[in-house]
Design a protein around this ligand. Structure first.
Ligand code: ASP
Length: 579
């Protein structure tokens, strides 16, 4: 094989007259009369047209080495859409390095290919320019993150994959132990406990691009296994951690867009919920929620006799038709609302609404002024408990205003002061909003010890923070508990008794006996960051070998059964599924 001298996509007018050898796959071939053929050769950089004597024996996706001289294309054949469109390789001699059967789909074809087929033949799908661009961008993102972390004196430490369970709120993937039959390793949901142990071990600034496994339902932004930039630092508060991470994501964004984002704004969890109805606010657009509870405090309208009334206004939205409004109302009901009230604003504050007659003139006037609604606008109102009202209007806001993933720029936002607990479970125990190692807000520590009512506990704030980009949660972190007593208190509140916590987290509690520095950290998903930065709606587009939506791998057909001998060695028996 003649040695490659050049990449296909990099040849330009400046190369005219040079003899080159390029290697790649046949993207297209066209016979031109008896003895002339055009072959478009593709490699990772792009495509070059080669003019060969005849191409009878050449098919799409054959692997060729082509040697010839670069020349200008005749004016009428210049292809301005191709970076190499003004040149071609003339008098090319061709060496066939590998033959190919007709592929199941056209690489870089114009028709959309079913995703399962793409994943099943990922080695072909990877040849297309979209996947090439995405994986290269992802690699550049990883490199930029490492650069940023190295520059801030973080040490890359690899933590183990076969571990005891680390709770992050998902199910574990488990691995049976051959040497200890009946026992199982868990694959890490995150390196959380190990990075905390690194802090006790004096590493001071740890990071890792860590693979994490969580057995939970797959979605567009979720796979069983994913990569996180995971970090932890000692003697640092949340603000310092956020600064470090801001550097890393800014570096990554700059690498892809060429522009460094400005300082990342912060918003409290409560404000995010009140304004955007979400703890992962998409701040690329307005449509903010407005509180109208006080305005309707004296209402006679039964549907408005609720603890909370929230509204939002859509400018110029009064031309929404009855059908669209009915559809939105159905959606709101699916999201949990009892109903959705709409009010159209006409001339001189005249309103049209199915419930107009239940509102007093002054209520209407106040409502319009609070929402700053004018002629041609439409207002939507939801009355419910606070949680549901903001949730439903938050979803409606996205429905009505959310731009496509690749529009509106990149708007990072820090959400701070999350509650410590999310909800109360069936046993009456609160569940952690982040994970059980998160430090409560200092001002709320007293409330934590005094309170015995689980509902009250929901008011305790934590020192946890999230990073959000264009409405996607990129990652979470927190200041950690580094005192045994507080950690045990939290375990107790979560319903994890002393014995259980000793079995599950004894090693952490033991480590805390020997001088644990105060520490804080964070982790963000690289798949999500990469998808957003390259403008993809689905993280599978930035993953070389993803699982399909159903959690299987159409390429290798994993998960598969294992044979009897292997089962026996592992001390396992499969119980056949009963119907
Ligand atoms: N371990 C957490 C997670 O994976 C991140 C952190 O708290 O640092 O979400």
């Amino acid at each position: 094989m003649t040695t490659r001298t050049d990449y296909c996509g990099r040849l330009t007018d400046a190369d005219i007259g040079r003899t080159v050898t390029v290697c790649g796959w046949v993207s297209k071939r066209r016979e031109h009369g008896e003895h002339l053929a055009f072959v478009d050769l593709r490699d990772r950089t792009g495509i070059i047209q080669c003019v060969v004597d005849h191409a009878h024996d050449i098919r799409n996706e054959y692997v060729l080495s082509v040697t010839g001289t670069i020349r200008a294309r005749p004016a009428e054949t210049i292809n301005s859409e191709l970076p190499t469109g003004s040149v071609e390789i003339g008098d090319a001699s061709v060496e066939i390095l590998s033959r190919a059967e007709p592929p199941p789909f056209q690489i870089d074809g114009r028709v959309e290919v079913d995703e399962t087929i793409r994943i099943r033949h990922r080695y072909l799908d990877l040849r297309n320019s979209r996947m090439q661009r995405n994986l290269r961008s992802r690699s550049a993102i990883n490199a930029s993150i490492r650069r940023a972390m190295d520059a801030q004196e973080f040490v890359e430490v690899e933590t183990p994959m076969l571990i005891a369970s680390t709770p992050e709120g998902a199910r574990d993937f488990v691995v049976p132990s051959r040497l200890s039959p009946g026992n199982f390793y868990a694959l890490p949901q995150s390196p959380q406990l190990f990075k905390q142990l690194c802090m006790v071990g004096g590493i001071d600034r740890y990071y890792q691009i860590a693979r994490c496994m969580r057995d939970e339902d797959l979605r567009a932004d979720r796979q069983f296994e994913f990569s996180q930039l995971d970090m932890e630092m000692s003697f640092a508060d949340g603000e310092t951690v956020r600064e470090v991470i801001s550097q890393a994501v800014s570096e990554a964004a700059e690498t892809i867009t060429g522009e460094r984002p400005g300082p990342i704004p912060e918003i409290s969890w409560l404000e995010a919920m009140n304004k955007y109805g979400s703890d992962k606010p998409d701040i690329r657009f307005g449509l903010e929620l407005v509180d109208l509870t006080a305005i309707f405090s004296e209402t006679d309208f039964n549907a408005f006799k609720a603890p909370c009334i929230k509204g939002l206004k859509v400018e110029g939205g009064s031309d929404l038709g009855r059908n669209q409004l009915d559809q939105l109302t159905d959606k709101a009901k699916n999201w949990g609302a009892k109903g959705l009230v709409w009010v159209k604003v006409g001339e001189a504050g005249e309103v049209t609404s199915p419930v107009a007659k239940f509102m007093s003139e002054s209520e209407i006037a106040y409502m319009l002024s609070e929402l700053e609604a004018e002629e041609g606008d439409i207002c939507f109102l939801v009355a419910d408990d606070w949680k549901r009202a903001v949730h439903v209007l938050g979803l409606l806001r996205l429905e009505l205003g959310r731009p496509p993933v690749n529009e509106g720029g990149f708007h990072f936002v820090w959400v701070v002061d999350f509650p410590l607990f999310e909800e109360v479970d069936d046993q009456g125990n609160p569940t952690p909003a982040h994970h059980p190692f998160t430090m409560p807000h200092e001002d709320d520590l007293a409330m934590l010890s005094a309170s015995s009512d689980a509902q009250d506990l929901l008011k305790v704030r934590s020192q946890a923070y999230d990073l959000v980009l264009n409405g996607w949660e990129l990652g979470s972190g927190s200041v950690r508990i580094h005192q045994r007593e507080i950690q045990q208190q939290i375990f107790n509140l979560l319903g994890i008794g002393e014995e259980e916590s000793q079995v599950k987290f004894g090693f952490l509690m033991d480590a805390f006996r020997y001088g644990a520095p105060p520490h804080a950290g964070f982790a963000f998903g690289i798949d999500r960051l990469a998808a957003l930065l390259v403008g993809e709606e689905n993280i599978r587009e930035v993953i070389a070998f993803p699982k399909s939506q159903s959690g299987t791998d159409p390429l290798t057909e994993a998960p598969t059964s294992i044979d009897e001998a292997q089962l026996e060695e592992l001390g396992l028996k499969v119980i056949p599924e009963t119907l």
